[in-house]
Write a protein that binds this ligand. Structure first.
Ligand code: DGL
Length: 279
């Protein structure tokens, strides 16, 4: 890794943060990135809040100790909506969170009916209630929390097709009924990875995610010229899982530009790199 440029860390429970990785690489192609995927703790959606906060803190501290980041993005709505105060206190670099784009959906909706598609954790958060009160008080909001859809995105990146039937079943509350939304917030970073399938399901719905806004926020914090244009960074995909949970992902990771896939041992005291590299 280029010694002069401190990397950007992108953290998620699984592959969802790759949707944010792609947006950041579009605007900062020379930024070195360390992606951290807490496969061992996945999924976060159904977990109690204290556990999610603990895992997020452990992983970010471990990766920070090893890589000395310039900034971290918690590319996970489920974690961001509860973990930001804790990790901002612990870490000495900026931490950007990703939260559901309720405001954008409310601004877009002519019907004054919006959808929120997220994890069971995110749709039930007090943080989410507050976002809705603040920005979509006059909208009817249909909330769908689905861990199954998170799994479908994980499988999709491992080369499996998306079942239109399953998708239609999960999204039924947005497709059927008297009042259906004209804008749906993709309040989980896994879901933009399924954008094509979602769009095919309903062209009448505007599917909204936070990726581009997060990338703009990162640029505004680091500056557009933070990374030398002549550098060719090697991006890392660090994960807390077993090799067999990652092997099917490697083609997609290589396609996106990751050069190194490596195990990250997350322990309360810090991190020790595993003895083997997988790529
Ligand atoms: N990608 C995560 C999010 O944005 C959640 C996935 C999970 O349930 O672990 O909320």
């Amino acid at each position: 890794m280029n010694k002069r440029a401190k990397p950007i860390v992108i953290f998620d429970s699984g592959v969802g943060g790759l949707s944010i990785y792609q947006e950041i690489k579009q605007v900062l192609p020379h930024a070195p990135v360390v992606y951290c995927s807490d496969i061992h703790g996945f999924p976060y959606g159904p977990k109690p809040e204290v556990e999610v906060i603990e895992r997020t803190s452990l992983c970010l501290n471990a990766v920070a100790e090893q890589f000395d980041p310039s900034l971290a993005v918690i590319a996970c709505n489920t974690a961001s909506t509860i973990s930001l105060p804790r990790v901002r206190e612990e870490l000495d670099f900026p931490v950007v969170g990703v939260v559901p784009a309720i405001k954008t959906a409310s601004e877009y909706s002519e019907k004054r009916c919006i959808g929120l598609l997220a994890t069971p954790g995110t749709i039930a958060r007090r943080y989410t209630d507050q976002l809705i009160d603040d920005f979509a008080g006059d909208c009817h909001v249909i909330r769908v929390g689905s861990s199954e859809l998170v799994q479908m995105a994980e499988q999709y990146l491992r080369g499996e097709p998306v079942s239109e039937r399953d998708l239609r079943k999960i999204l039924a509350p947005f497709l059927e009924g008297e009042l259906v939304p004209d804008a749906v917030v993709l309040g989980c970073t896994h879901f933009p990875l399924l954008r094509e399938a979602l769009q095919q399901l309903s062209a009448d719905i505007h599917w909204i995610d936070s990726g581009a806004a997060i990338a703009r926020r990162v640029v505004s914090l680091l500056g557009p010229n933070a990374f030398p244009a002549d550098s060719a960074p090697q991006d890392y995909f660090m994960h807390t899982g077993q090799a067999e949970q990652v092997s099917a992902l490697v083609p997609a990771l290589e396609n996106m530009g990751f050069a190194i896939v490596r195990y990250l041992l997350v322990e309360p005291k810090g991190v020790t790199p595993h003895s083997h590299d997988e790529t």
